[in-house]
Write a new protein. Structure first.
Length: 138
């Protein structure tokens, strides 16, 4: 928790005097080096004791709200906690990859394809000759 300087009765009176003299809350706060909220609450209070009581009441209200929020967070955390540990999920990512070939690559692929066709034709001829299905010249 932050360690704030407490407003003294002299500071309270000085802020009240500044405000009665026509200064705005912001101006009084800057001059007295306090927050604008402090200047606001000094303006609302008639006496230093009333300011102290209002400050104590605000402090208690903040504590009460914080306790309620903590209980709600605790409830939410208890409800959100799963009863059984779950197995890790496997996520599958699919991608499409597009490859662009250059003109040089296309020519080389065409040459390779034509060579493969020639080899395939020669193998087919050899198989025909070995199996005797080929035409006999005579």
């Amino acid at each position: 928790m932050a360690n704030w300087n407490k407003l003294t009765e002299g500071q309270f009176k000085a802020i009240k005097t500044l405000l009665r003299g026509g200064a705005t809350q912001k101006e009084a706060a800057e001059y007295m080096q306090v927050s604008t909220n402090t200047a606001f609450w000094v303006d609302k209070a008639e006496t230093f004791e009333e300011y102290q009581h209002m400050n104590a009441a605000r402090h208690l209200e903040h504590k009460r709200v914080a306790a309620i929020k903590a209980k709600e967070a605790e409830k939410t955390a208890a409800q959100a906690t799963p009863a059984q540990p779950t197995a890790p999920q496997v996520v599958e990512y699919r991608q499409n990859v597009t490859i662009q070939a250059t003109h040089y690559m296309m020519k080389k692929l065409e040459e390779t394809n034509s060579l493969l066709k020639l080899i395939s034709n020669k193998l087919a001829f050899i198989v025909d000759e070995l199996c005797g299905t080929g035409k006999k010249e005579g």
